[in-house]
Design a protein around this ligand. Sequence first.
Ligand SMILES: Cc1cc2nc3c(=O)[nH]c(=O)nc-3n(C[C@H](O)[C@H](O)[C@H](O)COP(=O)(O)O)c2cc1C
Length: 306
Amino acid sequence: MNAPDLSVELCGLTLRNPVLAASGTFGYGLEFEHMVDLETLGGFVVKGLSREPIEGNRAPRLWEAEAGMLNSVGLQNVGVHAFVRDKLPVLRGWRTPVFVNVFGFAAEDYCEVVRVLDAAEGIAGYELNVSCPNTQHGGIFFSNDLPALSELVAAVRRLTRRPLWVKLSPNVAQIEPAALAAQEGGADAVSLVNTFIALAIDAKTRRPRIANGFGGLSGPAIKPIALRMVYQAARALRIPVIGLGGIASGEDAAEFLIAGARAVQVGTASFWDPGATGRVARELAGFLSRQKIPRVTDLVGTLRMP
Ligand SMILES: Cc1cc2nc3c(=O)[nH]c(=O)nc-3n(C[C@H](O)[C@H](O)[C@H](O)COP(=O)(O)O)c2cc1C
């Protein structure tokens, strides 16, 4: 059999493969330039950007748990203006699509960041991180307030023609209502999952392992829950789902595609293997060859659920 076709169409873009690096785990891409052949990636999502720079939470901000990691980095970032001025000119030279993760604490924050980004060349699309407290609605997360979520997406939708993804929080009883609210607001795709709110404790000191108390759990521990949510969201939506949560191998990626994801992202695995995203894409190609599957798209949504 010829080499399998890994290319995918996603929101009007053709990606060389469906494996992207996830936001917050791949910096601004530039940090990985000397370690990773960026042209092995389907694309990457940069660290979440806000209107103004944010310093982040105090240390310790990371804790290695049994089968994953807790983090409470606190959305540290350089701010949208410094990104456009200092990082984007370099990223623009690469032949790998750059998606920008955006967050805020009110709808207007998201809108302002997207306005600034939309005036700049070299961005393939946006991913809105809606796992943030909405300070104008008593701090309730956008992802848990469906009318606010839909309005937020609609407000950003009016500002841009670029692909607009909405990254959903898994910290909800049911994922379908949030996924549908994002679709209704005009999202082109949803990505899921973000991290699970968690707590690690040092029994000797009786203190949390993370300075701020709670952290977001990511890595292999969350993969089965993420797969379940991707499956449920993909069944409920017309728009594509981008799946992530604990992906560390080509076969993990295949599982997400089979569950219904059109593309996948690799996050925490980059912490122990900076080349993980490219490796996952290579391993996915190997899996397809061994299974005699000609196109990666042949896997999408093929779960044989009883
Ligand atoms: C240190 C760290 C920082 C992260 N920062 C962001 C972020 O800025 N925006 C975002 O949407 N997700 C962020 N995430 C979530 C990841 O992109 C991903 O959704 C999550 O970790 C699950 O995937 P994984 O198990 O492959 O890591 C971050 C995750 C980690 C571990």
